[in-house]
Design a protein around this ligand. Sequence first.
Ligand SMILES: CC(C)(COP(=O)([O-])OP(=O)([O-])OC[C@H]1O[C@@H](n2cnc3c(N)ncnc32)[C@H](O)[C@@H]1OP(=O)([O-])[O-])[C@@H](O)C(=O)NCCC(=O)NCCSC(=O)C[C@@](C)(O)CC(=O)[O-]
Length: 442
Amino acid sequence: MSFGIEAASYYVPSLYLEIKDLAEKRGIEPAKLEKGLGLHKMGFPDLHEDAATFAAEALLKLIRDYEINPKDISRIYLGTESAIDAAKPTASYAMQMVEKVLEPEFGKRCFKNCDIVDLTFACIGAVDALHNSLDFVRVNPDKKAIVIASDYAKYELASSGEYTQGGGAVSLLISAKPDLIEIENHWGVATESVFDFFKPRRHFKKEDLTNAPENFPDKIEIFTDEPVFDGQYSNQCYQDRIREAYEHYKEVSGQEKPYQNWKYLIFHLPYAFHGKRVFTEIYSLENGLSYSNPQEQKAVAKSEDYLKFISDKIEKTQRASSEIGNMYTASIFMALLSGLQTSFSEKEELAGQEIGFLGYGSGSKSKVFAGKVSENWKTVVEKWNLFENLNERLAIDFDTYEKLHRKQLEHSVNPGYTGFGLESVEHENPVLLGARYYGFKE
Ligand SMILES: CC(C)(COP(=O)([O-])OP(=O)([O-])OC[C@H]1O[C@@H](n2cnc3c(N)ncnc32)[C@H](O)[C@@H]1OP(=O)([O-])[O-])[C@@H](O)C(=O)NCCC(=O)NCCSC(=O)C[C@@](C)(O)CC(=O)[O-]
């Protein structure tokens, strides 16, 4: 019996900012961002969008495109690090939004007997949800699970993370009928507790805040959606963890040079070119190349063999990231969609090919695993139209971007939007203070 991904869908924020506009305003050479890091557009949420609406959109699209009966879904596990509440899972908001839309067809509370939960481990939380859900269907082959990866990658204005911002969601149907990709049960894992990127509770005093309301407490401790991070150190942690997890994968799978058998290498992409920049180390180790100082490392990165390797096994998986930016938990799955969509559009046959995954989450953990593209993969991919849909987004100017970022806008940039949207947040009723209410526009 085989297990894996039966179907997949996605949602990207409805707005975007051209990276060259950001570069110009921040005094950064556009070529550094475009040619150095591979960034072209930054996906950005409108006022009514958040990790819950992204998740709801990706869930509804999955159900509709692949004609899934929601009552057949035993669990929805959502990986996110942009939870909208510290206790009530974002999955519960997404589930309720979708239930309401499906009510005419499936009756009230179609997910009544569905097990839902959020999993958080920075960018790797949705890989954990996938791993866990695969174990679940292996034990219960007649059941199906849905994994959703949903995030809004937001950094402080003018920080070195700002140009990597992005967001969106990917949803995956996990079952014993893996029409898209069969996932093998070998998992390389590496974990170390580090402070490369994290979102601690932070203390604020009333005087720290502009426009604090009269009744605001003198001191408050809150989570903010902007991380504390050390960019270059986080790169190093990423490189170290994927090397360790890859070594572990070799042990558990009994393979000598697994990457050589992989058609695509699917990385967690905090920005488009990250995977190809960090894989030089594993590549050097596998091929007996010297890699001990920056000159040697540059030489490997620029070598003809490595450039061909990137062009064959990585480049197509980066394309969506260049148009969206970091999607945190969803980035690795969007890299998969990008590679498969491009192969599909170029009429390349992938059935039977092996694909390797290298996940990373700050804080830190890596998981390395692999899968085989199924005979039916094209029947799944034909629903995506990924790059056409990216072209449907609305461009915003820098001024609007900054206002959205600072939460200074009163109304959505696109008041005529369709789909899910946040409609209000309770601020009067003391027993519901902060409750978020969402709606759906056809
Ligand atoms: C990612 C960094 C560190 C990048 O940091 P940076 O300082 O912006 O860029 P850099 O100096 O590392 O690299 C710039 C590249 O552009 C090139 N360059 C320069 N100028 C030009 C030019 N004119 N024309 C062409 N190329 C140019 C330059 O040569 C270099 O390329 P290289 O040669 O080294 O490959 C920064 O954006 C950052 O701090 N981001 C936030 C943290 C982050 O994304 N870390 C990534 C690893 S950790 C991770 O992935 C987890 C995460 C973040 O997703 C969170 C989670 O797990 O939840």
